[in-house]
Design a protein around this ligand. Structure first.
Ligand SMILES: [Zn+2]
Length: 272
């Protein structure tokens, strides 16, 4: 899941808590009807309350832009993570008010989107960079689930990968921002960073706001650490090995010649 950006601009998401929701959540849109539009790899259901149906700012244009973003993200996903879901993925873009009304009470934070068999995102009246980031983020969760439906990944790999991909593909960023590094150094100095085993829970959904913020940034930083050590081209091998072996230690060893203890030690050494 992806939290809406507020305050300092940090983002949080919870991927796994919401699997139970997919059946319970009924699709009621702003006008009760979802526009459905398909592309090569996606089925988009859209109900943002956009007045015009056509024209430059109309809903049709918006839907085409969302699908174009998703298709570009799909190509990036294949290139950067080696994930290429076979079946078409359903993406529901809700009117923000409807999204908050349906799902807001279920979360501790304002949600920007979540994956629960279907990608569900809080829409906007235009394709903002924030919306593009959420689409990229949730696509990683959907693709990992499609590749290994019964595999419960450690949250640092699932959320870290989604955060890394979102920054890399939607923003073109290489590595974390200066602000994220500053925050990590601050948390390291105050002893607030988590151990790898604490980050290996299935999801960060039970954490409070501050801890979840740390967990997401640290997970992103862990994936970034692997990329800086092995190069970007190792990530598809790492995720591929994970999906095949379903064994984190084995995948780490094969691709990065690391075990969890070494990874943790070297990660923390960065802040000494
Ligand atoms: Zn997430």
């Amino acid at each position: 899941m992806r939290r809406a950006e507020v305050g300092m601009g940090w983002k949080l998401g919870f991927a796994l808590l919401f699997f139970a929701l997919s059946a319970a959540a009924s699709d009621r849109g702003a006008d009760g009807k979802f526009d459905v539009r398909t592309s090569s790899h996606f089925v988009l259901h859209q109900d943002v309350d956009i007045d015009e149906s056509g024209g430059f700012h109309g809903s049709r244009r918006f839907e085409q832009q969302v699908l174009a973003t998703l298709e570009a993200a799909y190509e990036s996903l294949d290139r950067l993570l080696g994930l290429r879901p076979e079946r078409k993925l359903d993406v529901v873009v809700y009117d923000p008010a409807i999204f908050d009304q349906q799902f807001g009470g279920l979360f501790r934070f304002q949600a920007a989107g979540f994956y629960a068999g279907i990608i569900r995102v809080r829409g906007a009246s235009e394709l903002s960079i924030q919306l593009q980031r959420v689409l990229h983020h949730e696509l990683v969760h959907a693709a990992l689930d499609a590749a290994a439906p019964s595999l419960v990944l450690p949250a640092w790999i699932n959320e870290g990968g989604a955060e890394w991909f979102e920054a890399r593909a939607a923003l073109g960023a290489r590595g974390l921002s200066g602000r994220e590094w500053a925050a990590l150094r601050h948390w390291a100095a105050s002893g607030s960073l988590f151990s790898l085993s604490q980050l290996s829970v299935p999801a960060f959904s039970r954490m409070g706001a501050q801890n979840a913020q740390i967990a997401y940034v640290q997970s992103h930083a862990l994936i970034d650490f692997l990329v800086r050590n092995g190069g970007e081209r190792t990530l598809p091998r790492f995720y591929g090995e994970l999906i095949r072996s379903r064994d984190v230690e084995r995948a780490l060893k094969r691709v990065y010649r690391l075990d969890l203890r070494k990874l943790e030690a070297q990660f923390f050494d960065q802040f000494r």
